[in-house]
Design a protein around this ligand. Structure first.
Ligand code: MN
Length: 514
């Protein structure tokens, strides 16, 4: 894969580290859709999940393995035979499988978390990597909390892993602690001091606790790493992982000082950013680099004047280079199936027959409710449409909002092919709707966040609603869009409930970090 010495492997962990972060759980259909989009984006490796964590994770990895054509599919495992067997089983259908196994190597983690001596950990590394390599030619090994590991010991663990057959060595900054200069030096010294370092590709995995994840990832590459682990929109544990789009655009924009190449089709960045934000319900902050709503907006008069004279005055990269087109037309109720299909193609969507008909039907409904349909509306239809395939679905509704009678909400739902009805009164129609839907699950999930925003301008715009629920320490986000804010609210609440049901299945292995 790396004949060119400046080719950097992009390893995406949106579906593992990203999905592991609070509120980011995705359903199976959502994961498949993100995986497909990642392949189209041109990432080299997709970490699809942690096979032993739950049946949901296992199924997702299996199906992603069967779905992808080119991309390496990677399954995570702790340093135990049981974990590795499960990871390997989940990769059965993969054209290019990779097992990723890890263990902590810092004194702090070994003593308090693992309660193992450094010698025992070395033995575990040898055993787990050799076992994995026996099953699979492509084995990645990570020294968890690598950046806080004592140097001489770190070299010994890496040498052991390579000797046992690891082909990629990842040195993660698990807690987001390192700084760019320190990390460059560390990578360089590892490669110099580990005697068999020429037999593996070195990798970086950075967290953003100090806002340095992207800078650190680039610094590691300058020190000799040739794989970067990152996520779309920088989602991930705590403050998140390094953002794929920022790293890739830094390389593309600054080839003069960062002469590194990736296989990423940058024009697909905006679309996948939107998809990931939509399926996780985690909105992108407006001033976020590359994919934030304001990233290419020039508001001040002086800047606008400069831009009109020459775009280069304030623009270091074009909106088109990340696939951000002008918000254009714009379709209406008279647009036919053909025009709709063309529009989808232009937006980069390829839908199956049923999906297409479903989306077209929704488009017609939307065009009836709203005069002008924008690109954003169509993206929202396609992204949200996929999610409706999972779990409980609302088929009909009635809201009562009246000063003189009790407010209430009534729903007809389809659950596993059966029709159900729920009803509740409440303080206003939103409260009534949430109370009615809550009766569908056991327990009382707590509403942590309820957020509404308009997809486009105009009072007839679609409302996009995010609902965050927590239940027994688990947090999930639900997301939906509709021209009627009440309907969008109910659908968002239900999508959160659907995810809560998926998440309740998860086992809790003591350690799910890396
Ligand atoms: Mn991580």
């Amino acid at each position: 894969m790396t004949i060119d010495k400046n080719r950097v492997i992009i390893f995406d962990t949106t579906l593992r580290d990203g999905e592991q972060s609070p509120g980011c759980s995705m359903t199976l259909n959502e994961k498949l859709r993100v995986a497909e989009a990642l392949e189209k984006l041109g990432v080299d490796v997709i970490e699809a999940g942690f096979a032993i964590a739950s049946n949901g994770d296992f199924n997702a990895i299996s199906q992603i393995s069967a779905l992808l054509k080119e991309t390496v599919v990677c399954s995570l495992a702790r340093a135990s035979i049981k974990d590795i067997d499960r990871a390997w089983e989940s990769l059965k259908a993969a054209k290019r499988p990779r097992i990723h196994t890890f263990i902590s190597t810092s004194a702090l983690h070994m003593e308090h978390k693992l309660q193992m001596s450094p010698e025992v950990v070395l033995g575990k590394i040898e055993e787990s990597v050799a076992y994995a390599r026996n099953l699979c030619d492509d084995v990645e090994w990570s020294c968890e909390d690598g950046t806080r590991t004592e140097e001489a010991y770190l070299y010994k663990t890496i040498e052991t892993a390579i000797k046992a057959g690891a082909t990629t060595i990842n040195v993660p900054d698990t807690v987001g602690y390192t700084t760019p200069q320190e990390y460059t030096r560390m990578m360089r010294k590892i490669i110099e001091n580990v005697p068999n370092s020429d037999k593996a590709i070195f990798s970086t995995h950075c967290h953003n606790d100090l806002g340095l994840a992207v800078a650190n990832s680039i610094a590691a590459v300058e020190g000799g790493a040739r794989q970067i682990e990152c996520t779309i929109n920088g989602i991930g544990e705590r403050a998140g992982n390094a953002a794929l789009e920022e790293i890739v655009m830094a390389f593309r924009t600054r080839q003069d000082v960062l002469p590194y190449k990736t296989g990423i089709v940058t024009e697909n960045i905006t679309k996948i950013s939107h998809l990931v934000s939509s399926v996780t319900g985690l909105n992108v902050q407006h001033n976020k680099a590359i994919v934030g709503a304001n990233a290419f907006a020039h508001e001040s008069g002086i800047h606008q004047d400069g831009m009109l004279k020459n775009a280069g005055t304030y623009e270091i990269m074009t909106p088109e280079s990340v696939g951000l087109g002008k918000s254009t037309l714009v379709m209406g109720k008279h647009s036919g199936r053909h025009a709709f299909g063309e529009k989808l193609k232009e937006l980069g969507y390829v839908l199956g027959n049923n999906e297409f008909l479903n989306a077209f039907e929704q488009f017609k409904d939307l065009a009836d409710a709203k005069k002008i349909v924008y690109d954003e509306d169509i993206i929202s239809i396609v992204d949200v449409g996929m999610r409706d395939a999972d779990g409980m679905r609302i088929t009909s509704w009635k809201f009562v909002c009246d000063k003189d009678v009790p407010n209430s909400a009534t729903f007809e739902l389809l659950i596993d092919g059966e029709i159900s009805n729920v009803h509740s009164e409440g303080n206003g129609p939103v409260d009534a709707a949430f109370l009615a839907l809550q009766t569908l699950v056991e327990g009382e999930p707590v509403l942590e966040l309820y957020q509404v925003h308009a997809v486009t301008k105009g009072t007839d715009a679609q409302a996009e609603v995010t609902v965050r629920l927590s239940d027994n320490g688990r947090t999930v986000n639900g997301h939906a869009a509709h021209t009627d804010t009440l309907v969008a609210s109910a659908k968002a609440y239900l999508s959160a409930l659907n995810k809560l049901l998926v998440k309740r299945e998860k086992n809790k292995p003591e350690e799910l970090t890396a």
